[in-house]
Design a protein around this ligand. Structure first.
Ligand code: NAP
Length: 282
């Protein structure tokens, strides 16, 4: 069986067209959505992610201001920068690229962002709203996964969703979003016993770990939907997800590629959140 491909690149392009239209509509009201991106240090992967986000803003007419800060930046300096951006009426979204340098408590910095400008959805008040079933700013990667599932018409209600990885930015919020759509959710992590059998019982299997080929073909139930969030750099320099794509796509009903699956959707959801924040700002 050859799985159907969940093409994040093409769906993200459609979202970007809609975002561009929204930006034009906001211009009629005298609003130009503005995103501020804070990048501290020299992490090469972070630089690539930020460059992609800034480029996506340019393509859709969203203003983006990039603040590049040295690896030695203090927590106080970052907090002060965020506070200034909170008060800037031309900035509707603030993004702090993670990871931050060791001396900075990322939680403190993220909690300083005004919740209405927290387009990554990492502030405790936005995560709490999600937990309460009243989502406001939804973290972009989980939102992108849900959009992919909805667009493909993957049945959610009553299905068994197994999410591997319980981070605050991917696994936990995604589990809540799936629960909200009436899936029965199992959230797995590094201490979960018998991951193979848990995974094989999934109608929807999500891998968000950061370990290449963690999910083998044997772990996939025939016909299941496999969502690969992982991004791993292999020794030959190529990118791979957490799923053995060749083996899993023989068994699955749907599957996301890496690259071209969840990654482009994350950026598309970021743009949507920013434009929505701008629309709500006046
Ligand atoms: P993270 O914070 O490092 O969390 C990894 C999770 O995986 C943890 O919950 C950990 O369990 C679990 N884990 C580790 N080894 C495991 C194992 N052998 N079996 C089962 N679970 C295991 O990572 P993250 O920030 O969520 O990111 C996960 C992956 O997604 C990374 O590859 C990242 O690059 C990628 N990512 C991609 C996008 C995108 O747009 N495509 C966005 C964000 C992240 P414990 O909690 O027990 O330690």
């Amino acid at each position: 069986m050859a799985a159907r491909l969940l093409d994040g690149k093409s769906l993200a392009a459609q979202v970007r067209v809609a975002v561009k239209r929204e930006v034009e509509a906001l211009a009629q009201r005298g609003i130009r959505p503005g995103l501020a991106v804070l990048l501290a240090g020299e992490n090469p992967a972070s630089r690539v992610y930020v460059r992609n986000k800034v480029r996506a803003c340019e393509e859709t007419g969203v203003r983006s201001d990039l603040y590049e800060l040295p690896a030695s930046v203090s927590e106080e300096a970052l907090v002060d920068r965020v506070l200034a951006l909170n008060d800037d009426p031309d900035i509707h979204g603030i993004l702090v690229q993670l990871p931050l340098p060791k001396q900075v408590d990322a939680h403190e910095v993220l909690e300083t962002i005004a919740p209405a400008k927290d387009i990554d959805g990492f502030h405790e008040s936005n995560l709490g709203a999600l937990l309460a079933g009243r989502p406001r700013m939804v973290p972009c990667t989980p939102a992108g996964v849900m959009r992919l599932l909805e667009h493909a018409g993957v049945p959610l209600a009553g299905s068994h969703a197994v999410v591997i990885g319980r981070s605050n930015i991917v696994g936990k919020p995604l589990a809540l979003l799936l629960l909200q759509r009436d899936a029965t959710v199992t959230l797995c992590h590094s201490k979960s016993r018998d991951l193979e059998n848990l995974a094989r019982s999934a109608d929807i299997l999500v891998a968000a770990v950061g370990r290449a080929k963690l999910v083998t073909g044997r772990m996939v139930k025939p016909g299941a939907c496999v969502i690969d969030v992982g991004v791993n750099r292999l020794s030959d320099g190529s990118l791979a997800g957490d799923v053995d794509f060749a083996a899993a796509s023989e068994v699955a009903g749907w599957i996301t590629p890496v690259p071209g699956g969840v990654g482009p959707m994350t950026i598309a959801m970021l743009l949507e959140n920013c434009v929505r924040a701008a629309g709500a700002s006046k």
